[in-house]
Structures are given as structure tokens and as C-alpha cells.
Design a protein around this ligand. Structure first.
Ligand SMILES: *[C@@H]1O[C@H](CO)[C@@H](O)[C@H](O)[C@H]1NC(C)=O
Ligand SMILES: *[C@@H]1O[C@H](CO)[C@@H](O)[C@H](O)[C@H]1NC(C)=O
Ligand SMILES: *[C@@H]1O[C@H](CO)[C@@H](O)[C@H](O)[C@H]1NC(C)=O
Ligand SMILES: *[C@@H]1O[C@H](CO)[C@@H](O)[C@H](O)[C@H]1NC(C)=O
Ligand SMILES: *[C@@H]1O[C@H](CO)[C@@H](O)[C@H](O)[C@H]1NC(C)=O
Ligand SMILES: *[C@@H]1O[C@H](CO)[C@@H](O)[C@H](O)[C@H]1NC(C)=O
Ligand SMILES: *[C@@H]1O[C@H](CO)[C@@H](O)[C@H](O)[C@H]1NC(C)=O
Ligand SMILES: *[C@@H]1O[C@H](CO)[C@@H](O)[C@H](O)[C@H]1NC(C)=O
Ligand SMILES: *[C@@H]1O[C@H](CO)[C@@H](O)[C@H](O)[C@H]1NC(C)=O
Ligand SMILES: *[C@@H]1O[C@H](CO)[C@@H](O)[C@H](O)[C@H]1NC(C)=O
Ligand SMILES: *[C@@H]1O[C@H](CO)[C@@H](O)[C@H](O)[C@H]1NC(C)=O
Ligand SMILES: *[C@@H]1O[C@H](CO)[C@@H](O)[C@H](O)[C@H]1NC(C)=O
Length: 691
């Protein structure tokens, strides 16, 4: 009978006493189908136990498509050393059950019967197979519970029982398989809780328990020493409750964490940033509350964050805008409030943000609520709401007209508003009810960006009260300052004295902001060309010259932050003469503080520039974008640099007068009609400290 053509793989025939000879057609060593008339079949001899077991296995299956009718059809059976080692029959339409006798296939390494229609339960006997490495029974109709015996398979590496109708609990013992790295029990009806033992497994890499009926908490005993390998944890669509265990964030190897659609509660801990390698974090549809931890912004590998459908509150932390690799973001349907950080609202559309009633600032969002009225904003941290509506009942004190300008009664607030010349028409009430945002703070007070009822914008400086002069002296000085008009000086349009001594100065609003932001806070594509820079410099010099020569005012603190720019990029010097409104003691203090700051400052910019120039490394100090035109403007750059250095000479007496500075700038780059014509605002000026 038998086959004697030895296959080359099984090097010897098993030394069993009773040997059944079985031809194992289409074994792993034999891929080509052979016609039945060929007597020279390749084959192997297998043990009686394996032979019987395989027959029993075949008998319990329902082979409706006839795949097993002929032995020739057993494509997926492999043998080694007289034993079956692989049964691989997916997509064969096999029904029926898997026999317990499979336990006799002692050398079985792989059982793959996925995408069939097998029913019944998973044989407990699989647990006795010492070499079983892979079990793929997904997409069948298996029912009953998962045998706890599977945990005693010492070699088990992958167990995929997903997409069946399994019930019962996840056996704690599965974690006993110390080589198990892929466990997929998804799409079943498993209940009970996630076994605590899983948190102790050192082998698991993929743990997928999504859609099931799991309840109870997530185990809380994950430690990096035990779990450095877990990469993919999916517990989504269950009924898991309790809070996110902090120890979970020990899993620094985790790449995907999906806990969607459970009953998780409480806050997301800051320590979530322990998930250093995380790419996908899905916590949607739970009951998480509290703020989104800013530390999420530290998980630099994050590409997807879905927190939608929770009860999260507070603002979206700006730190999330740091995540460069972010390509999917969803915080919809929470209780978040405030402004969406601009980088996020630009990158993601409204469906990432909707369903948060108090969230604004994304495309299609309800308008952001107006900022609080000016009168409610604190002037300094120590004095909150010092002009208050409490005063509504107090009779409006009519202001006394002064030659300085037009006076408005202080309205219901009982203060006094004095207008200087200018296009703006508003009452004290208009001013106090304007919506306002803080634009900046300085030694003398806080500057607000205020929008009046009629839509006009003004800049309002609220002076720190304790350091201003008494009312009479203050008014004398402010009425002088308010009349100063020059195209390169920021015009004061009004001032307001409140009933309790509060003092507001109203200036033109400069839409382009300061020279500092114009130069330093622009995109890489925006250039500021040399003619524009020169025009600004000349403008500053002209403004300064007017102050020095016509008003006898020394600015004392000229920086790029208090040179402002109007729509046409004309320079307007701000913050001049304010020291005149302050007490002598306050000014002495300011000078002392400024001196101390200077002493503390490690790098002295003028000194640095001077040293570079001495070393003839001059080009180092110019903005690179100007160097592109070096061939045509090189001389202008150099001469302006020399002038600038002259202006900051350590010895004040060596510095040029502002008139000389203007004259030299005009020699370096004469005004072109175009640049000087319309506003006349061109002018030269290396900011000079020679004043
Ligand atoms: C589960 O199996 C069914 C039937 O084979 C199939 O239609 C369905 O897509 C599978 N579900 C998943 C998630 O694989
Ligand atoms: C297997 O796991 C269970 C539960 O985790 C444990 O009680 C048992 O001692 C383990 N068995 C072996 C053989 O390690
Ligand atoms: C688990 O099985 C499901 C359904 O068969 C599949 O969609 C999913 O990708 C598997 N998960 C893992 C980690 O293998
Ligand atoms: C889900 O589990 C709960 C107990 O946690 C049980 O009462 C319920 O019957 C289970 N549902 C299904 C479909 O198994
Ligand atoms: C790590 O595993 C050991 C045993 O395997 C266990 O005693 C220890 O508690 C585990 N550590 C943590 C943090 O879970
Ligand atoms: C979680 O749900 C179970 C019922 O499934 C309940 O007994 C338990 O109190 C819940 N735990 C928390 C923390 O809500
Ligand atoms: C694991 O997490 C817990 C809770 O955050 C922490 O106390 C513990 O130190 C962590 N273990 C290690 C080894 O980092
Ligand atoms: C994180 O991911 C990188 C790259 O995928 C990998 O090299 C590294 O080992 C991972 N770290 C941990 C703790 O798993
Ligand atoms: C993480 O994020 C927080 C909040 O954004 C920040 O304070 C902290 O310095 C960051 N870095 C580290 C390493 O914690
Ligand atoms: C965000 O989540 C909501 C609800 O879960 C969903 O309707 C919406 O399509 C999601 N948007 C994006 C961009 O993922
Ligand atoms: C000088 O100007 C800077 C920038 O505008 C400001 O921060 C600082 O408070 C001013 N110092 C004084 C003494 O006015
Ligand atoms: C001032 O407020 C207006 C209106 O809210 C706004 O458009 C503008 O950007 C603000 N300017 C600054 C510098 O904050």
C-alpha cells in the first residue's frame, strides 16, 4: 500500500510501533496538485493518533462546498516528522464544529479556520497543545466562552477569536501565556471586566477587546517594566467605567489608545504625557470632565486626538497648537469655552469644534462674546474694577470747561471727559462702555484696544493711579501733551478723569501695531524692504526732532515697541511726555529701575554691534533679506550703520543732535517724491538716544 517515496522534509519516520501510513497530499512540501494516476505522490507518514484525530476533525466539520471531499482538496494541511503541524483552511465555507479530539494533534502549531461558518464552542483541548503558536478563528459563528485552558499553551503567540458570538468572561489565565503578543477578542459578546493580569503581561503588543460587553474599571497596575511592549490597546465600545488609571500612562510604548464609547468618568490626568510614543488617542463618547490637560501638547508624536462627546470644560490649551504632526482633531460636543487657538481653527473645520456652546473663534462659530466693557477691566492686578457702576446713582458731575479743549460731562459715571481736536465723537459713557482688550502693559499703566459703540477704535491708556500727579497739576500737563500734533507723533485725542481719581488717556488706534512686531513677528514670506525701513527711520527722527526742538520734551524710552505704524506704515512715536504726568517720586523710581534693568542685561546690543563692526564682520549685523540687494544698497546700509553707532555712543556728549541725524539720513538716501508725497511721513531716523 504505502508510499515509499520519502519526502525530503521529514528526515526520518517516527519510531512508533504501530504506524499507519498516510499520504498527506498537498502537504506543506507539496504545492502543485498531482493527478491521481501519478503513483509517485509526494507524501509523508503520520502517526495513528494524528491520523485518527484528523479524521475526527474532518467528520465534525460540514463541508458544504466540498473542499474536503477529496484528500486532494486539503490544501492547508502541513506535516512534519509524521505529525500535523498546520491546519489552515480559511474561506472554505466550512461549518460544523471543531472537535475536542484536536487535542491529539500534539505537534499542532497553527490552527487557522477564519472566515468560515463554524459553530459550537472553542475546544478546551487546545490548551494541551505544547507547540500551538497561532489560533485564527475569527469571522465564524463560535459561541460559548473562551476556555481558560488556552492560558496554559506555553507557545501561544497570537489568538484571534474576533467576530464570533463568544460570551462569558475573558479568562485571567490568558496572561499566563508568556509569549502571547496579539490577543484579539473584538466583536463578540464577552462580559465581565478587563483582567487585571493583562496589566502584568510582559508579552502583549496588541490587545483588542473592542465591541464587547465589558464592564468595570480599566486595571490600574500597568508599569513600564512589565509593559514596555504594549503598542495597541483598544477597549472601545464596551461599558467600562471608573476613571482613567494613572498607571496606564506608564505605557510609554503605546502608539494607539482607543477607549471610545465607554462610561469613563473624571478628569484626564496631566500625567497622560507619559505616553511618549502615542500617535492615536481616542477618548470620544465617554463621561470625562474637567479641562483638557495642557500636557497633551507634549506628546509630540500625536497625530490624532478625538475627545468628542464628553463633558470636558475650560479652554482648548494653546499647547495643542504645538503638535506639528496633528492631522485629526475633534473636541466637538463638550462644554469647552473660550477662543479656539488660531493654528487649530485654521487647520480644522467646524465639525471638530461644534457642540460647545461657549466655544468660539472657528469658522462658522457663533461670534465670540464681546470682551468685557472697559470699565470692568482691572487697571492693575491690585486694583480690580475701580471704576464701577455702583456709581450710577451718583449725580453726574459736570466738568469745568478749560481752554484745553471741548469738555463732555462725565455722564452718569460722574467723571470728566476732555476732548482735544480730532475726528472722534464720543461721550464718557461711550468710552466707559466700550469693549476692550488689553494690548500691553508698561511702567505707567495698561493699554487697551477699545471699540466704541459706533465701531470706532481707540487706544486707551489707563494710568496707574498711585503714581500720577494730583488732579490740578495733572490737568495742566495733560492739556499741554494733548495739543502736541506732528505726523510722526501719536496724537492724544482725549482724557478722562473718573470720580475716584482714575485717569484714562485716549489715543489714535494704530492698526499695524508697533515697529517691533512689524519687524519681528512677520511670516517668512513677508519682507520689509530697505526703502520702507529708511522711511520709518526718517519718520522717527522727524518726530523726535519735533519733540526736542518744539516741545522741549525728551522721550527717554524710545524703543521699537513704542514706535507705532499707521495703515500706510508711517511711524508714530508713542509714550512721550508721560513722565510729566507722574509724581517726582514715581519718576525717580522708574529711572532707578530702568538703570537696574540695564545693569542686569547681559547683552548690550549697541556694544555687540560695535564690536562686530570693529572686527570687520559688518555683514553679520544686517538682516539677511537686505543682503540680497547688497550690490545696490550696500553703501547705504554701511553708512546708516555708522550713523546708528554714532547715536548710541557710550558718551552722550559724543552723540549727534537729532537735526544732524536727519540731515545725514537724507544724504544717505534722499527722499523720493513718491515716498514723501501723500502723508509727508517719511523721514529719517535711526532711533537716537542722544536726546
Ligand atoms: C464580521 O463578520 C461578518 C460576517 O462574516 C462580516 O460581515 C463583518 O464585516 C465582520 N465584521 C468585522 C468587524 O470584521
Ligand atoms: C494562570 O493564571 C491564573 C490566573 O491568573 C493563575 O491563578 C494560575 O496560577 C496560572 N497558572 C499557571 C500554570 O501559571
Ligand atoms: C481584531 O479583529 C478585528 C475584526 O476581525 C479587526 O478589525 C482588527 O483590526 C483586529 N485587531 C488587531 C489588533 O489585530
Ligand atoms: C452585558 O453585561 C451585563 C452585565 O455587566 C449583563 O447584564 C448583560 O446581559 C450583558 N449583555 C449581553 C448582550 O451579553
Ligand atoms: C510587574 O509584574 C510583577 C510580576 O510579574 C508584579 O509583581 C508587579 O506588581 C508588576 N508591577 C506593576 C507596576 O504592575
Ligand atoms: C461601574 O459599573 C458597575 C456596573 O456595571 C457598577 O457596579 C459600578 O459601581 C460602576 N463603577 C463606577 C466607578 O461607576
Ligand atoms: C507607574 O504609574 C504609577 C502611577 O502613575 C506611578 O506611581 C509609578 O511610579 C509608575 N511606575 C513606574 C515604574 O514608573
Ligand atoms: C517609540 O517609537 C520609536 C519609533 O517607532 C521606537 O524606536 C521606540 O522604541 C519607541 N519607544 C518605546 C518606549 O516603545
Ligand atoms: C509639558 O506641558 C506642560 C504644560 O504645557 C509644561 O508646563 C511642561 O513644561 C511640559 N514639558 C514637560 C517635559 O513636562
Ligand atoms: C467629530 O466628532 C463628531 C461627533 O463624534 C462627528 O460628528 C464629527 O464628524 C467629527 N468631526 C471630525 C472632523 O472628525
Ligand atoms: C519703555 O518702553 C517699554 C516698551 O514700550 C515699556 O515696556 C517700558 O515700561 C517703558 N519704560 C518706561 C520707564 O516707561
Ligand atoms: C483690537 O480689537 C479689534 C476688534 O476686536 C480687533 O479686530 C483687533 O485685532 C484688535 N487689535 C489688537 C492689536 O488686539
Amino acid at each position: 500500500m504505502a508510499m515509499h517515496k520519502q519526502n525530503d522534509e521529514p528526515k526520518g519516520i517516527s519510531p512508533f510501533t504501530h504506524i499507519f501510513f498516510l499520504v498527506c497530499f498537498f502537504s506543506c512540501f507539496f504545492i502543485e496538485p498531482v493527478s491521481s494516476d501519478q503513483q509517485g505522490w509526494d507524501g509523508v507518514v503520520v502517526t495513528a493518533a494524528d491520523f485518527q484525530a484528523l479524521q475526527a476533525f474532518k467528520q465534525e466539520l460540514i463541508d458544504s462546498k466540498g473542499f474536503l471531499k477529496s484528500w486532494n482538496g486539503w490544501v492547508g494541511i502541513k506535516c512534519a516528522k509524521g505529525q500535523f503541524i498546520v491546519i489552515q483552511l480559511p474561506w472554505k465555507g466550512l461549518g460544523g464544529r471543531i472537535t475536542e479530539k484536536i487535542g491529539q494533534l500534539q505537534a499542532l502549531r497553527k490552527l487557522s479556520l477564519h472566515d468560515d461558518v463554524i459553530q459550537g464552542s472553542i475546544p478546551r483541548a487546545l490548551g494541551v497543545l505544547p507547540d500551538l503558536r497561532g489560533v485564527q478563528l475569527f469571522k465564524n459563528r463560535l459561541s460559548g466562552s473562551i476556555p481558560a485552558t488556552l492560558g496554559s499553551c506555553p507557545s501561544l503567540q497570537t489568538l484571534d477569536l474576533s467576530n464570533n458570538s463568544l460570551t462569558g468572561v475573558v479568562p485571567e489565565s490568558l496572561a499566563n501565556s508568556t509569549k502571547l503578543y496579539r490577543l484579539n477578542l473584538s466583536f463578540n459578546l464577552i462580559s465581565g471586566s478587563v483582567p487585571v493580569s493583562f496589566a502584568r503581561s510582559s508579552s502583549l503588543i496588541f490587545l483588542d477587546l473592542q465591541p464587547n460587553n465589558l464592564s468595570g474599571p480599566i486595571p490600574d497596575s500597568w508599569g513600564p517594566q512589565n509593559h514596555s511592549r504594549l503598542r495597541n490597546l483598544d477597549l472601545s465600545y464596551n461599558a467600562i467605567n471608573g476613571s482613567l488609571p494613572v498607571s496606564l500612562f506608564n505605557l510609554s510604548s503605546l502608539v494607539v489608545l482607543n477607549l471610545e464609547s465607554n462610561g469613563l468618568e473624571d478628569q484626564i490626568p496631566e500625567s497622560i504625557q507619559g505616553l511618549h510614543n502615542l500617535s492615536v488617542l481616542v477618548l470620544k463618547r465617554n463621561k470625562l470632565s474637567g479641562p483638557i490637560p495642557a500636557s497633551v501638547g507634549n506628546i509630540s508624536s500625536l497625530t490624532k486626538l478625538d475627545l468628542s462627546g464628553n463633558k470636558l470644560s475650560g479652554e482648548i490649551p494653546f499647547s495643542l497648537a504645538n503638535l506639528k504632526t496633528f492631522n485629526s482633531f475633534n473636541v466637538s460636543y463638550n462644554n469647552l469655552s473660550g477662543l479656539v487657538p488660531a493654528p487649530l481653527s485654521q487647520k480644522f473645520n467646524s465639525s471638530s469644534f461644534v457642540g460647545n456652546i461657549e466655544l468660539c473663534g472657528y469658522s462658522g462659530s457663533p461670534p465670540c462674546p464681546s470682551p468685557p466693557p472697559l470699565q470692568n477691566l482691572p487697571s492693575s492686578p491690585s486694583r480690580n474694577r475701580d471704576i464701577n457702576i455702583e456709581n450710577l446713582s451718583s449725580a453726574g458731575e459736570k466738568g469745568i470747561p478749560t481752554p484745553a479743549g471741548e469738555i463732555e460731562p462725565g455722564g452718569e459715571t460722574g467723571g470728566k471727559l476732555v476732548h482735544f481736536d480730532g475726528p472722534m465723537v464720543f461721550t464718557a459713557d461711550d468710552l466707559l462702555c466700550a469693549t476692550a482688550e488689553i494690548m500691553g502693559k508698561s511702567t505707567y499703566g495698561t493699554v487697551y484696544n477699545a471699540t466704541l459703540e459706533d465701531g470706532n477704535q481707540v487706544a486707551v491708556k489707563r494710568l496707574r493711579e498711585k503714581i500720577t500727579k494730583g488732579q490740578k497739576e495733572f490737568e495742566t500737563e495733560v492739556n499741554l501733551l494733548g495739543k502736541i500734533r506732528h505726523r510722526n507723533l501719536l496724537a492724544m485725542r482725549a482724557y478722562y478723569l473718573g470720580p475716584k481719581g482714575e485717569k484714562l488717556l485716549v489715543f489714535d488706534y494704530m492698526p499695524k501695531g508697533s515697529l517691533a512686531t512689524f519687524l519681528h513677528a512677520r511670516g517668512p514670506e513677508t519682507t520689509v524692504d530697505w526703502p520702507t525701513r529708511m522711511r520709518i527711520a526718517k519718520g522717527v527722527t522727524r518726530g523726535l526732532m519735533y519733540l526736542h526742538t518744539q516741545e522741549n520734551i525728551i522721550h527717554g524710552n524710545l524703543t521699537s515697541s513704542n514706535v507705532l505704524l499707521d495703515e500706510k506704515i508711517n511711524a508714530k512715536i508713542a509714550d512721550f511726555g508721560l513722565s510729566r504726568l507722574m509724581t517726582a517720586a514715581a519718576n525717580a523710581n522708574v529711572i532707578a529701575t530702568a538703570g537696574a534693568l540695564e545693569a542686569m542685561n547681559g547683552v548690550d546690543l549697541p556694544q555687540w554691534v560695535a564690536s562686530i563692526v570693529k572686527e570687520e564682520w559688518t555683514n553679520e549685523v544686517f538682516d539677511l533679506e537686505l543682503m540680497r540687494d547688497a550690490s545696490s544698497i550696500g553703501d547705504e546700509l554701511l553708512n546708516t550703520l555708522k550713523l546708528g553707532l554714532h547715536c548710541v555712543d557710550p558718551s552722550p556728549s559724543a552723540r549727534p543732535e537729532v537735526q544732524q541725524v536727519l540731515q545725514q539720513l537724507e544724504e544717505i538716501r534722499p527722499d523720493t517724491p513718491a515716498s514723501s508725497a501723500p502723508s509727508g511721513d517719511d523721514g529719517a531716523g535711526v532711533p537716537s538716544t542722544s536726546e
